[in-house]
Design a protein around this ligand. Structure first.
Ligand code: SF4
Length: 331
């Protein structure tokens, strides 16, 4: 696979995770997202294992991610009316930012607010549920060569040290061959290895576990510190809001060459002009071959919906929605 194809590979790994999670422990309800993490570390694929019942209550807060400022307000909002500064823990930054977040949270219907003279009081609409069970990080490397192995082993070491995730994996493409054992031996033993073979199309059997991961979560009787817990929740919220199909936000589905192609049970973007899966970077307004869909496409047959580009965006959003529904229903 060429480096350009890493983006396509990442999408296939995301879809595989959606169909087959957990690869060695049996089915677990989960959401999949990509390109998330912290300022120090960005993971390729992120799997959020969840509690379906609590997740159903999370969905009552709406489809958008609740960002870190809003989480502070939503998690701390009391059952009875109270002045927001009395009700919420000290944020560690000026209260005026919290006041802005209070207005935003009320504007999104996440909490209730009212005025009592000069004071703004808040009350929760519903408790914020504890819906995140485990967070799993997957690094995708279709071509595992020496330099990639060295880099990955450093990144995975970092994941193991910080224990921000509960489990870390490397996914690599084998196309029927064994992965180079010498390279795999260099990976930290705690990281799992997923040997994928997507050559025959993608389905839930398109990968084998070549090495089982260790559990990185705190041991019996231990807890993560509250900052780490909050950071994990922020990542989970972003994963919930974004999913893994949001590439249509940065790519150009409104280009006449943009298509979605089926690869087994996955749909991946395809550029008919370049004859390949375009990277997110090249599929942009500055692409020399970008050609906006003609206006008549938007008026003939698509009078309301706004052309095939919009249709692709809607289709991808619907898929994200369907996966959220599915995660909620898994027992
Ligand atoms: S021609 Fe360029 S902008 Fe159009 S689909 Fe291909 S890569 Fe994307």
């Amino acid at each position: 696979m060429t480096p350009d194809a890493e983006f396509g590979y990442e999408l296939l790994v995301c879809r595989y995770a959606e169909l087959a999670w957990h690869p060695s422990e049996g089915s677990r309800p989960a959401l999949v997202s990509r390109q998330l993490g912290t300022k120090d570390r960005r993971w390729d694929t992120v799997v959020i294992e969840l509690d379906p019942e609590a997740f159903e209550r999370r969905r009552e807060f709406g489809d958008r991610a609740i960002d870190s400022d809003l989480l502070h307000v939503v998690r701390g909002a009391p059952a009875e009316w109270a002045f927001y500064r009395d009700a919420l823990p000290h944020p560690g930054y000026p209260w005026r930012y919290v006041r802005q977040a209070v207005h935003r949270a009320a504007g999104r219907d996440l909490i209730e607010k009212r005025r009592d003279g000069n004071r703004i009081e808040i009350r929760r609409k519903r408790p914020y549920p504890d819906w995140v069970e485990r967070i799993v990080a997957v690094e995708n490397k279709p071509d595992l060569d020496r330099s990639a192995a060295d880099r990955l082993s450093d990144q995975l070491d970092h994941d193991i040290e910080t224990a921000l995730a509960d489990e870390a994996w490397l996914a690599t493409e084998t196309t029927g061959e064994r992965v180079e054992p010498a390279l795999l031996r260099e990976m930290p033993v705690e990281a799992g290895i997923l040997a994928t073979d997507f050559s025959g199309g993608l389905d839930a059997d398109a990968a084998d576990v070549a090495w089982h991961p260790s559990d990185l979560s705190p041991g019996e009787g231990q807890r993560r510190d509250p900052e780490t817990e909050t950071l994990r929740l922020e990542i989970a919220e972003r994963a919930y809001g974004k999913g893994w199909r949001s590439y249509h936000d940065t790519m150009r589905p409104d280009c006449r060459h943009f298509e979605l192609r089926r690869e087994g049970r996955a749909l991946v973007p395809y550029c008919a002009a370049k004859g390949k899966v375009p990277t997110a970077r090249e599929c942009s307004g500055s692409c020399p071959e970008f050609s906006p869909e003609p206006p008549q496409w938007r008026t003939r047959g698509w009078p309301i919906e706004g052309g095939p580009g919009k249709g692709i965006e809607r289709l991808l959003r619907r898929r994200r929605e369907r996966e959220r529904d599915r995660a909620e229903r898994v027992e």
